[in-house]
Design a protein around this ligand. Structure first.
Ligand SMILES: *Cc1c(COP(=O)(O)O)cnc(C)c1O
Length: 400
């Protein structure tokens, strides 16, 4: 299903879609079946050895989910993809497939809270150690690699404060130390429309499908995109036997539906986020705005080189600190106080006590996640209504 000459929005709609051979349905049906009938025992045996293609049991593969996987592989410019029941399911299945007791991981210190918790607090119990470094300064972390390093784990733009890592430079550094080190990038904030890690030297792109790819706030899902060999390995080990974190046929259908409008949605998210970031920067109640599209952002030049646009996430610190943040979150009427991101609704949250509460106080300080930081996922409402809501909340902070 590869059409190298076709453009992103066309592929987002068409790639993988002519798979329903039974009735020729325009939209891939939901194959809500746990198991699949064999014509005879020989066929069943051939399916299990892989001599014959075909479905066996939905933990091992499902027709609706297979179409989603084909589409994701095309959009991320990978050979193959694997869908999971959550982003954490995808990421933990990959890590458990790559690493065994005695292995070592190098990761950025700023990560999605659940992944940080997994690497910092849970994997050490299984004999897998992680060194946390600042990958923004590529020269500063070359000493972190060890003979037992199996994985360099990156996230850019990073959750929650939009730190940017140069994917080409970071991948090159890992490969120069040992070309067997795999480089994995969590591409959730960017989506394949804005950034393609596999084209920038990474081996694996990971996603929470929960966010922009589904885009409508009604699914929890995840995915990995890589070469055929690695995806097959994760399918056989991490997914089939270790996590069993399989995406359902119904959720696959919903994500397929969401992806059809990914380009349109991302264009709007990006345009509105830039407008909101510029508004916030001009408001006297704000101390600092973090948005890679602003020329003052320390990662702006790299983001501009490796991304097509700068995404829909904005973070900021208020002059009055944490109490001002709480006041602002209490005073909004349109913007919803909730974690998650990439939905049609604009969402706001406080990372230090919510998404990143997996970091203890010292870890928050080391990762430069301030107590004052507020994270905003700019939605698809009229941007002037989003700005009006922020404006009334921020103006109220100025009245003492
Ligand atoms: C949400 C998120 C995850 C985890 O995904 P789930 O679908 O919630 O399991 C991982 N990485 C990033 C950047 C996220 O925003």
């Amino acid at each position: 299903m590869k059409h190298p000459s076709r453009r992103f929005s066309t592929l987002a709609i068409h790639a993988g879609n002519n798979a329903d051979k039974t009735y020729g349905a325009l939209v891939m049906p939901i194959y809500q079946s746990s198991t699949f009938r064999f014509d005879n025992p020989d066929q069943g045996a051939r399916r299990f050895t892989g001599e014959e293609e075909g479905f066996i049991y939905s933990r091992l593969g499902n027709p609706t989910t297979a179409v989603l996987q084909d589409k994701l592989a095309v959009l991320e410019s990978g050979e193959a993809a694997l869908a999971f029941s959550s982003g954490m399911g995808a990421i933990s299945s990959a890590i458990l497939t790559i690493c065994q007791a005695g292995d070592h991981i190098v990761a950025d210190e700023l990560l999605y809270g659940g992944v940080y918790d997994l690497l910092a607090h849970i994997m050490p119990c299984y004999g897998i150690e992680t060194s946390f470094v600042n990958t923004q300064d590529v020269t500063a972390f070359q000493d972190a690699f060890r003979p037992n390093t199996k994985l360099l784990y990156l996230e850019t733009p990073a959750n929650p404060n939009l730190k940017i890592t140069d994917l080409r430079a970071a991948s090159a550094l890992a490969k120069a130390y040992d070309k067997r080190i795999l480089v994995m990038c969590d591409n959730t904030f960017a989506t394949p429309y804005l950034q393609q890690p596999l084209k920038l030297g990474c081996d694996i792109a990971a996603h929470s499908l929960t966010k922009y790819l589904n885009g409508h706030g009604d699914v929890i899902g995840g995915a990995l995109i890589s070469n055929k060999k690695f995806i097959q390995e994760v399918a056989n080990i991490g997914l089939k036997n270790l996590s069993g974190a399989v995406l359902s046929a119904f959720d696959s259908y919903l994500v397929l539906r969401g992806i059809k409008t990914l380009e349109l949605r991302m264009e709007r998210h990006c345009a509105s986020a830039l407008q909101v970031a510029e508004f916030l920067q001009g408001h006297p109640a704000i101390r600092q705005v973090y948005y890679p599209g602003l020329p003052q952002h320390p990662g702006h030049t790299i983001a501009k080189a490796q991304m097509h646009a700068f995404g829909g996430m904005v973070a900021f610190e208020l002059k009055g600190g944490r109490s001002a943040g709480a006041k602002l979150l209490n005073s909004l009427s349109l913007i919803t106080l909730a974690v998650s991101l990439g939905d049609t609704e604009t969402l706001i949250e406080h990372p230090a006590t919510m998404t990143h509460s997996t970091y203890n106080a010292e870890e928050l300080a080391a990762a430069h996640i301030s107590e004052d930081l507020v994270r905003l996922s700019v939605g698809l409402e009229d941007v002037l209504d989003i700005i009006d809501d922020l404006q009334q909340g921020l103006d109220a902070l100025m009245l003492k």
